[in-house]
Design a protein around this ligand. Structure first.
Ligand code: GUN
Ligand code: FE
Length: 426
């Protein structure tokens, strides 16, 4: 038995079984053996009597949350130029800031702040875009590894339609840099994994996409990118890839749209029915980023449609399209966005529920990492103990009511203790 990742957490425990089923156990026991949950029990079974108990009676305990889409280098400029739409925002804000990461000293300063904040947050897992720079990406991976969180990190590929100061010279140069990055980092980390990261179709030449498909086959890597976020962007993709039937088809022509390979597409706000159909067929993960979609006037994704078709959906902060790390907040925003969408479009799609939002931020997104995001037996034991003391209340509340208000009221770092695969980070 490994002492470091074997323990029992006692407290008021919440977790999802499926998108409609939230389990709450008041004053229960989460048993974690060798990093894996053995289940949640209202009374401690005799067989576990010898394990060390950490007593958080009266405190909420939930699975750690998963941020399925964010840009680490954009953390330093969250909240800037938020009156712009995507393409103008990229040109005036994201690209100039990301260019700074050519300087490893700047990267170290900026990424240290970011990783420190991410470590304190309610999230235990994240899929991150870095920049195209190798040394800076390595620095980010080193810092994340030290933090103990479980992450996927992508060196970004971008070789066209970007400013000279933030563009790789051509598809081969970008692909070769990716191979160098993979070789340089292979075997170096236990908690950080590489993920292929073509920025989006407008920034990636056909040659680059062909080479990435080769790299994917050779290295068996998952992939993350952006899809159908903004109307201008979608029209541009149609111009750049006139033979594609829809945006997702422009990835699919290169074999880079799910299937064998775990794939995340962020946003999916304006997907035509054929695109949704293909995502479903290929098991593509949708990273729903409601705050970013509001900030950049992108729109409101039809999440109800995705959930009702049992598609794979998780939540993303899309830092710095979004400004908030907490995936609890993304849950509340996903609900709010779906309500506005329902009222304004009148298209008959019902708002999503609290249970569904909690599922997306835990088990939904967590499944990209495997058996993650629940406390059911066999799940990797990521857990957070929450600090409710900052929102005192005079009345008696159920565990579910306390959880719901945490979605709406909590700050980014209202966490007392955090565990990843049973290991305590703090
Ligand atoms: N599409 C391509 N790059 C980006 C980015 O950095 N942020 C967002 N929100 N969308 C993108
Ligand atoms: Fe993004």
């Amino acid at each position: 038995m490994n002492q470091e990742n074997t323990r029992i957490l006692k407290g008021d425990i919440c977790y999802s079984i499926d998108k409609n089923t939230l389990i709450t156990v008041e004053d229960g026991y989460l048993v974690c053996e060798n990093g894996t949950s053995s289940g949640v029990f209202p009374r401690l079974p005799e067989m576990y009597a010898g394990l060390p108990v950490e007593d958080y009676s009266g405190k909420l305990i939930t699975p750690g949350l998963t941020d399925l889409h964010m840009h680490a280098p954009q953390y330093a400029f969250r909240g800037f130029k938020m009156d712009l739409e995507l393409l103008d925002w990229l040109n005036s804000s994201a690209f100039p800031e990301e260019a700074r990461y050519e300087d490893p000293d700047y990267a170290r300063d900026a990424y240290s702040i970011f990783v420190q904040d991410l470590k304190k947050s309610v999230n235990t897992r994240a899929c991150l875009f870095a920049t195209l720079h190798l040394p800076a990406t390595r620095i980010l991976m080193d810092l994340l590894e030290e933090s103990g969180m479980e992450t996927f990190v992508g060196k970004v590929n971008m070789d066209r339609n970007c400013p000279d100061y933030l563009r790789e010279t051509d598809g081969d140069a970008s692909a070769d840099a990716t191979i160098a990055w993979l070789e340089e980092t292979a075997g170096a980390y236990s908690h950080v994994r590489p993920i292929l990261t073509p920025r989006f179709i407008p920034a990636c030449s056909d040659r680059l996409m062909e080479r990435l498909a080769d790299i994917q086959r050779a290295w068996h890597l998952p992939l993350q990118s952006h899809l159908s976020e903004n109307p201008e962007e979608i029209a541009w993709v149609q111009e750049l890839a006139p033979q594609s039937r829809f945006y997702g088809d422009a990835y699919d022509r290169f074999g880079l749209f799910g299937g064998e390979v775990p794939t995340i597409m962020a946003h999916c706000v304006h997907c035509p029915p054929e695109e949704v159909e293909l995502m479903k067929e290929r098991g593509v993960y949708i990273a729903h980023c409601p705050q970013s979609n509001a900030n950049l006037t992108s729109g409101a994704a039809p999440v109800r449609r995705f959930l009702d078709q049992d598609m794979r959906v998780g939540l993303g902060s899309d830092i710095a399209g979004g400004t908030v790390l907490s995936i609890f907040r993304a849950m509340a925003e996903a609900i709010q966005t779906s309500k506005l969408r329902a009222r304004l479009t009148g298209d008959g799609l019902k708002p999503i529920t609290m249970e569904e939002a909690f599922f997306m931020g835990t088990k939904g997104g967590g499944s990209f990492f495997g058996k993650v995001g629940s406390f059911e037996e066999g799940y990797e034991a990521d857990a957070i103990v929450l600090d409710e003391s900052r929102i005192p209340h005079p009345q008696k509340l159920t565990v579910k009511e306390r959880l719901e208000r945490f979605l709406y009221l909590s700050g980014d770092d209202w966490v007392l203790h955090k565990y990843v695969k049973g290991r305590r980070l703090f």
